[in-house]
Design a binder for this molecule. Structure first.
Ligand code: PLP
Length: 485
């Protein structure tokens, strides 16, 4: 019987053929991403303009679609898998993580209820338990996987609001007499905290940014003063967000002292360890999460620095019942009766449907093992120290922050020692643009203490001494050229 191409799925024989082709394509890509410029060179609008406005009326062979993927889309890809990717927080997916994504897509599991895939629900608890033990967090931290740290933190603050003002769930915040609530973070906290307070109806002014010290760590004395001042002015302190590995410089807030203050003041403590938290599994780095055992919640992102393909954020909370109190809601069609109590993941968050993300975390942890994960993280930190050493030894460059993990913040100095701050900033803006245009490396920037800082972030599994040395050579050469012009 001939197959009606307008019914059913892709022909199974075509699927098998194309699956092999895609697997080969991925293997080639992972083997040599350096054949592409790390930073895409397309102009805005170029990719969209190369594609038809209308969807095709008749289906096309997958081979043709793949050709267009290669021809039209690949030039518009910035290669996060390139070993010269040093921007933002450099990340890399990994073989086991990519294979897990294949399988997860194939299963197309939607893990809203235990029964809609018991393995997805139970593996999530197991994989998060493994990660929790690697980080030496206490067992009463229950875990749940969300897509991003932004969403994890949103849930943490929603739970804090639920604990502080449970009537919000039914009554909302508007048009009634509720206290103004305050959330505290340092002046280095991530913008996801701003977005969370906006979304939770607390208002952007609810976020009070506390001064940090010369090494960009939250000042506990300033936090205590801010809380006291706010209480006197009638605000209700709701939560403090301490960061382990801030986005700009990867500074580490003094979590222990902040936790003790929060305990005294009965304020929810959320630890944002999105990037750096995983480093706590490396011998000698356990201290970075000291005090986190006293926190109410914590987020760490395996998709940032644990070789798990984007997206996977691990949210841990000691009062998941508060998260459930904020969000659990079961319409009739989702009611189930099981033979024993089960977790329904839809109860621990805003979304109903959930991907089978735990599979990739589990496969990554199994494939590399704890020792493999530790040594890869330690190697990235070693590379960062090597690069920082070169910066420190070069009179024409200046390091702008300590290097506790795998990110180095620095700037080039102009030939004229009397140059103004604006001139130094402009030299470094030019330098960043210039090295990024080579296509060999991609770095990003921030501002630290008002100064423009170039960031070199190491987090890619394929980055070696050779790539870091090449980055240093390019930075020196391009800085020299700019100084002369
Ligand atoms: N927290 C910190 C410290 C970060 O550095 C970032 C992103 O870089 C985030 C939160 C937000 O992460 P996500 O993209 O997973 O929302």
């Amino acid at each position: 019987m001939t197959r009606n191409p307008n019914l059913g799925d892709m022909d199974p024989a075509e699927f098998r053929r194309e699956a092999h082709r895609v697997a080969d394509w991925i293997a080639d890509y992972i083997e040599d991403p350096e054949r592409y410029p790390v930073l895409s060179r397309v102009r805005p609008g170029e990719i969209a303009a190369a594609l038809p406005v209308e969807a095709p009326l008749d289906g096309e062979p997958f081979e043709t679609i793949l050709q267009d993927f290669e021809r039209v889309l690949m030039p518009g890809i910035t290669h996060w898998n390139h070993p010269g990717f040093f921007a933002y927080f450099a990340i890399s997916g990994s073989g086991p993580g990519i294979l897990a994504e294949f399988l997860s897509a194939a299963l197309n599991v939607q893990a809203m209820l235990w029964r809609t895939s018991p393995a997805a629900t139970e593996l999530e608890a197991v994989a998060l338990g493994w990660l929790r033990r690697l980080l030496q967090l206490p067992d009463d931290f229950e875990g749940v996987i969300y897509d991003t740290a932004s969403i994890s933190t949103l849930h943490a603050l929603a739970a804090a609001r639920e604990r502080c003002l449970p009537s919000v769930r039914a009554e909302g915040m508007a048009g009634r007499d509720v206290p103004r609530m305050r959330v505290y973070g340092s002046d280095q906290t991530h913008s996801s905290i701003d977005k969370a307070v906006i979304l939770l109806g607390l208002g952007h002014h609810a976020l009070r940014k506390v001064a940090s010290d010369a090494e960009f760590r939250m000042r506990v004395d300033a936090l205590a003063a801010a809380i006291a001042e706010d209480r006197a002015a009638g605000w209700t302190p709701l939560a403090v967000v301490a960061t382990v590995g801030t986005t700009s410089s990867t500074s580490i807030d003094p979590v222990q002292a902040i936790a003790e203050l929060c305990a005294r003041e009965s304020i929810w403590l959320h630890v944002d360890a999105a990037y750096a938290g995983v480093a706590a599994m490396v011998p000698g780095y356990e201290w970075i999460l000291r005090g986190a055992n006293l926190a109410d919640s914590l987020v760490v992102n395996p998709h940032k620095w644990l070789f798990t393909p984007f997206d996977l954020s691990a949210f841990y909370c000691r009062h998941m019942d508060q998260v459930r109190a904020a969000f659990a809601l079961t319409p009739e069609y989702l009611r189930t009766v099981e033979s024993a109590p089960v977790q329904n993941l839809m109860d621990t968050g805003i979304q109903l449907g959930r991907r089978f993300r735990a599979l990739k975390l589990w496969m990554v942890m199994r494939h590399f093992g704890a020792s493999g994960l530790r040594s890869r993280l330690a190697e990235h930190m070693r590379l960062a120290r090597v690069f920082a050493g070169w910066i420190d030894a070069a009179p024409a460059f200046e390091r702008l922050a300590p290097v506790p993990f795998s990110v180095v913040c620095f700037r080039a100095l102009p030939a004229d020692p009397a140059s103004t701050g604006v001139e130094i900033d402009s030299l470094n803006e030019g330098l960043l643009e210039s090295v990024n245009n080579t296509g060999e490396i991609f770095l990003s920037h921030t501002r630290l203490g008002g100064r423009y800082a170039i960031r070199l972030a190491i987090g890619n599994l394929h980055t070696t001494d050779v790539h870091v040395a090449r980055a240093w050579t390019l930075l020196q050469q391009h800085a020299e050229t700019l100084r002369r012009t």
